[in-house]
Write a protein that binds this ligand. Structure first.
Ligand code: BYC
Length: 471
């Protein structure tokens, strides 16, 4: 079903056919816009070259054009319904998927939707000041594209809450606008979404590592037996791909510029030459990767076992897996700290599903590191340590390694050794101050800040010197 843009709330769910729901969402809409005005991007602009979803089908779903940010058409878009879709896993495997929420799963499903929904506006809040220091109009436009789509992902979850969870769903939808990233009194639910994103290196790392958690979590919710959740996540995943592109190519460009400066000046200490040294890039990577690993929850979790068995949340690429999709008889190995060492233990696969998802995520993260190191190779950089993912136990607050002092190499140490190593492993105040000192806005079409390389190509076939944002 194509998207109806003549409606106040663009949608492909026949909102006009359900007046009560339409009215409820129309009364949430001004509150969303107020939140966007107060907590969204702070940089005033005239218009931005953005893509807007026009269809949910495979081909040609996006339209590009200049849009005033507050006029962006946030709406409700679900992927096409497959009338034959059946539950792929758990106790209900083989049964038709649910169009309504079964009473016994109401609380759990609502919780999952609220947690997912909470991250979307949180990221907009974290990124709200970045426009003030954008390294180019191209980057500024990408930031705003990410922001409006995260806003739309909030709409996606709010639709589910309003349409399927009655009064408590409406209350939760309201609360999604009341919690704020980093707030003392009402913080966002998950840790990584209360961290700051104060500079563009953090933004690129966030969109590489934290948006990638989003990809994997949405991938598991796409498998859900609750069909409206599955369909909405399927469409969100299409939008999400661009966010990760921003992260991957953003870090590419920082690494590339670092390599150029290292060659030019024959030193790794390129801070004085306006670059970000590889050691600092590694520390930012360590930080964003470790807080993103926390987003997978504990390695062992009865919550996740229940979600899986009851059909609420599947595994990454569930249907491509060769096992029985029920997992009651299956065991798996996980790493955990024991007596000062990291050991491997066997556990029921069902309770280790967060670990299963995290394993797929880590493999995906490694592709970025390989590609950044290839950029260094391409510039003939030798004699310096390559970028690497730290050990899963490093800097963790959630799961088996929480409270342990693990080095990036995977050694368990004591608090004093860890504290002494910390400045070499995580960004120091001096590192942050240096990165901050490079954050000066470049708003001239075609111009790029000197701390990163230009992108390989423009957006939607436009040239690099296109005026992606007008003031
Ligand atoms: N911080 O059994 P456990 C994205 C809670 S990112 C604080 O180990 P479980 C995006 C947990 O809720 C994707 N609390 O974990 C990216 C539980 O509390 P209750 C977001 C945490 O339940 C960039 C307790 O600790 N989507 O989309 O198996 C930009 C025990 O936990 C944390 C989702 O996460 C934490 N890090 O799984 C924009 C999907 N971790 O219930 C967007 C929905 C755990 O005992 N969420 N806790 O009170 C879920 O699937 C699960 O809630 C989790 C945790 C994966 C988060």
């Amino acid at each position: 079903m194509s998207i109806d843009y003549s409606e106040r709330i663009p949608n492909n769910v026949d909102l006009a056919g359900d007046r009560r729901l339409q009215r409820a969402l129309e009364s949430w809409q001004p509150r969303f816009l107020q939140w966007w005005g107060e907590m969204g991007p702070t940089l005033p602009t005239q218009d931005v070259y953005l893509r807007t979803a026009v269809d949910v089908g495979r081909a040609g779903w996006a339209h590009f054009g200049r849009v005033r940010l507050p006029d962006y058409r946030w709406g409700i878009f679900l992927a096409e319904r497959n009338p034959d879709r059946r539950i792929a896993f758990g106790q209900h495997k083989g049964e038709p998927v649910w169009q309504q929420v079964p009473g016994e799963h109401r609380a759990s499903l609502q919780r999952l939707i609220v947690v997912q929904g909470d991250t979307e506006p949180a990221s907009v809040e974290q990124q709200r000041r970045l426009g003030l220091t954008a390294p180019s109009l191209y980057d500024l436009r990408n930031l705003f594209q990410v922001n409006v789509e995260e806003g739309r992902h909030l709409w996606a979850m709010v639709y589910l809450l309003h349409a399927h969870f009655g009064r408590s769903g409406r209350d939760e939808a309201e609360a999604l606008l009341l919690r704020n990233s980093g707030s003392e009194d009402a913080p966002r639910i998950l840790g990584a979404f209360n961290e700051e994103t104060p500079d563009w290196l953090s933004f690129f790392m966030f969109t590489y590592f934290t948006d990638r958690d989003g990809k994997y979590q949405l991938g598991t919710l796409k498998e859900s037996a609750f069909d409206p959740l599955s369909r909405t996540c399927e469409f969100m995943l299409k939008e999400e791909a661009h966010h990760m592109f921003v992260g991957t190519t953003g870090v590419d460009r920082v690494v590339e510029r670092a390599a150029q400066l290292m060659r030019e000046h024959d030193t790794a200490d390129i801070a004085a030459h306006g670059g970000i040294p590889l050691g600092v890039i590694q520390k930012y990577l360590n930080f964003h990767y470790s807080v993103s690993l926390d987003l997978f929850g504990g390695e062992t979790s009865t919550n996740v076992a229940n979600y899986f068995s009851s059909g609420l949340k599947g595994r990454w690429q569930e249907e491509r897996r060769g096992d029985d999709h029920v997992l009651t008889e299956v065991v798996t190995a996980i790493e955990q700290p024991e007596g000062g060492r990291v050991v491997s233990v066997e556990l029921p696969a069902l309770t280790a599903l967060n670990h299963d998802l995290r394993t797929a995520y880590i493999k995906d993260c490694e592709t970025g590191v390989t590609r950044w190191n290839r950029i260094l190779d391409g510039h003939g950089i030798t004699g310096y340590p390559r970028l690497a993912l730290p050990h899963v136990g490093f800097n963790r607050r959630v799961g088996a390694f929480a409270g342990c002092h693990v080095t990036p190499g995977g050694q368990i140490t004591d608090a004093a050794t860890w504290a002494a190593g910390r400045p070499s492993w995580l960004p120091t105040p001096a590192d942050k101050a240096h990165v901050e000192s490079l954050m000066r806005p470049v708003y001239e079409p075609g111009k790029i800040a000197a701390w990163l390389a230009p992108p390989r190509s423009g957006i939607n076939g436009q040239p690099l010197d296109y005026e992606y944002v007008r003031f």
